[in-house]
Design a protein around this ligand. Structure first.
Ligand SMILES: NC(=O)c1ccc[n+]([C@@H]2O[C@H](COP(=O)([O-])OP(=O)(O)OC[C@H]3O[C@@H](n4cnc5c(N)ncnc54)[C@H](O)[C@@H]3O)[C@@H](O)[C@H]2O)c1
Length: 312
């Protein structure tokens, strides 16, 4: 069987870590793509990673390039092209600069990688994945956005630390848009099946929900740029679910056509990912408070999507 091909669009911080994880987990051969002025940077990262395979024993090739033809036939396309946040910026502040970039990427992806399973990471996430789908007209099940897996991972860490429990046992669920009004669902968050509300007090949980919502900003203010280890690990989990037909239930930005009362919008919801891509969007019952939080988050996403649509 031929090796799978993973094309990473954007060879920056997340792109580099995606390449590292894809190689070390032997998901396939990796193409690390960036714009022509960054081609040597992409080639250098690729060569560095490929040299490491002599020590790790991973059978995978890594190619750095600025030529879209090298991405042709990719099984998975992960898009980080764009600018990350700086301290004080919101994700939505990035829309003007990242919109033309995602449009360029969408046009090239449509031409060269029409059959790929596409995972968008660029911010503002929900609007960028929406625009990618709109521009390419790719099937909804083949285009997802990465946010909920990362936001849930952050929530899981904070819960494990506070409860004094193993991170392995924490099962969190964070829905909604990838903004500060995302929706950590306490009613569906458990520590190995036990409802988290029975293990931690209300005040503690409120504090952890708040820290999760601002989890990206906390790292931006520490490093001066966006997180990249956990974002890359989150997207790799999604890619692995697709490539391995794992049928994992993960919170991802998916194209909604009536589910959760939303239409023609990408919002973070639980989905099953397998060889068909997004094989199912799972609708769960929400309590009144959660419904209100989701509505607020959806309204925020809609505002950014309206800006994108107004731009043509
Ligand atoms: N969805 C999430 O949960 C999440 C989490 C963290 C960061 N992000 C976002 O991911 C994006 C990337 O973050 P990063 O830290 O890797 O940034 P980075 O600046 O390190 O890398 C981005 C790369 O994209 C490249 N690029 C720009 N235009 C391009 C184009 N047209 N084609 C291909 N490549 C192009 C840049 O040259 C750069 O190398 C940002 O928008 C950031 O806000 C999203």
């Amino acid at each position: 069987m031929a090796r799978r091909k993973i094309a990473l669009i954007g060879a920056g911080n997340i792109g580099g870590e995606l390449a590292n994880l894809a190689v070390s987990r032997q998901l396939g051969d990796v193409v690390l793509f960036d714009i022509p002025s960054k081609e040597n940077f992409a080639k250098g990262k690729a060569l560095d990673l490929e040299q490491a395979t002599s020590l790790t024993g991973a059978d995978a090739r890594v190619l750095g390039t600025s030529n879209w033809e090298d991405c042709a036939g990719a099984d998975v396309l992960i898009i980080t092209a764009g600018i990350p946040r700086k301290p004080g910026q919101s994700r939505d502040d990035l829309v003007a600069v990242n919109l033309p970039i995602i449009r360029d990427v969408a046009d090239a992806a449509k031409k060269h990688c029409p059959d790929a399973f596409v995972i968008v990471i660029s911010n503002p996430l929900d609007a960028m994945v929406y625009e990618f789908k709109r521009r390419t007209n790719a099937p909804a099940e083949k285009v997802v956005g990465m946010a909920g897996v990362l936001d849930s991972a952050r929530f899981a860490l904070f819960l494990a630390q506070e409860a004094g429990a193993s991170i392995k046992d924490v099962r969190p669920m964070v829905l909604g848009g990838h903004g500060d009004d995302m929706v950590p669902l306490l009613s569906y968050t458990t520590i190995n099946g036990l409802p988290v509300r029975q293990l931690l007090g209300k005040d503690v949980l409120t504090k952890l929900v708040d820290r999760t919502r601002k989890g990206g900003g906390e790292i931006v203010s520490l490093m001066g740029t966006s997180a990249y280890y956990a974002p890359a690990a989150a997207a790799i989990a999604m890619a692995e679910a697709y490539l391995g037909d794992q049928k994992r239930l993960l919170p991802c930005a998916a194209y909604l056509q009536g589910q959760y009362g939303c239409r023609d919008l990408y919002i973070g919801v639980p989905v099953i990912i397998g060889k068909g891509g997004v094989e199912r969007i799972v609708e769960v019952e929400l309590d009144e408070e959660e419904k209100g939080m989701l509505k607020k988050s959806v309204d925020s996403v809609q505002k950014v999507v309206d800006v994108v649509k107004a731009a043509g």
